[in-house]
Design a protein around this ligand. Sequence first.
Ligand code: GLN
Length: 493
Amino acid sequence: MNRRLPVKLRELSECFRTKSLDPFSVVEQCFALAEQRKDLNAFVRLSTSQARHQAKQSAQRYRDGKPLGALDGAPIAMKDNFCTKNVHTTCGSRMLENFVPTYSATVYERLECQGALLVGKTNMDQFGMGSGTVDSIFGPTKNCWSENLQKDEFRIAGGSSGGSAVAVASGICFAALGSDTGGSTRNPASYCGVVGFKSTYGLISRHGLIPLVNSMDVPGIITKNVDDCIVVFNAIAGPDDRDSTTIKVPFNAINVPKLDRISLKGLKVGIPIEYHCEGLSDEVLKAWTDVADMLEEAGAIVETVSLPYTSASIFVYSILNQCEISSNMARYDGIQYGHRSDEDSSTEQLYARSRAEGFNSVVKNRILAGNYFLLRNNYDKYFLKALKVRRLIANDFDQVFRKVDVLLTPTTLSAAPRYKDFTRSNNRDQCAVQDFCTQPANMGGIPALSVPIRLSEEQLPISLQLMGPNFSEQRLFEVAKWIEANVQFDKYC
Ligand code: GLN
């Protein structure tokens, strides 16, 4: 019989320890729910045999009185762009539809070492290019908060890690990893009413995360609450010899803050005026000002600040994004990885046909644009210039963090749009709107977190984003936990 599962990872492992639950029956319950909620299309593939095997081992550790920690026996999901040994990893694309990696991403290895159980791989926009989870060969993911799941009436999950956000929001798993290049973890978290976090660049290994934009990609964490996010972060962060961009100093684990110990007295909170932008919905604006007032009442010093290069960010992002993509996608040639066309009358034909058949139009457009920006005659004009403006955007953050400790902004400009409205515009225009508040953090490499605040009139989640200087994760989590406790979004779940 299905029973209501605990909400938090620590409570779940406590139930395993006291034998009121066992990992095997919990994961079966997750699979039953995944089956029931197939209509959401959150998963590309369930990894039943893997999870059952892991559950048996976990149950044995609890029987032996030697559990590994809060993640032991916890059902989790991985976005389908993280390599998982012997489990298909498709990136939502035809190109990698039959790709089975021979190794696992470091983050998955670390979760496995902590006893987590892999429920499955989640749906995404092809190769992470998107902000809706509407561009996958497996079809769109539907937001579990949708009032109507029929035809094209449903609400988008956000993207590109929409499958991971829906997997957590619908209760199929306790935590899921996404990837965050321009907001792909925080955007769907915002639309689905869950916590979405990207760390300081380099704190979490990218080894085995199929690259989109190497200089911005960060594995992201999606959970139901802030405490769980810290548990997962502590499990996966830290140096990795297999990723030369990880920060070499040992990682200082985050302390799970006690609510009554969190003091906001004197905390300086910046409200960047540039985020008060065109298209911002009244309801998001209201949530933003209400939470700012709440923080002020609790003793924080809230002030308006300016990040003048914000408006340039989306253009710079799209140039750099496409340049790195054009180079990253070169590996898919029909020979080394992925889809291979039958049309192989010449090597050139084989390359061309395999790529033409394996990629969707979004991927092709970005490859073309990236190659254009990198042409000898264009390199200085676009690529180098974009790099310089990226530096100015990062400098904006450096300067503002001399004045304030954290920034409070919207994560998305509105609640989740309907699929039919969202898909009226093309991928580029969608991203320009969706990524507005999130991608500057990737340009600066700084940590950022989205926390759900309340429901809109239409009963859809509205969230806000916190950003802080590099390595300020401890403080970000404390402020987020304070907000979480005071807005009590969990009463809607
Ligand atoms: N929407 C952005 C893009 O398509 C974000 C991608 C991401 O964070 N993976 O580039």
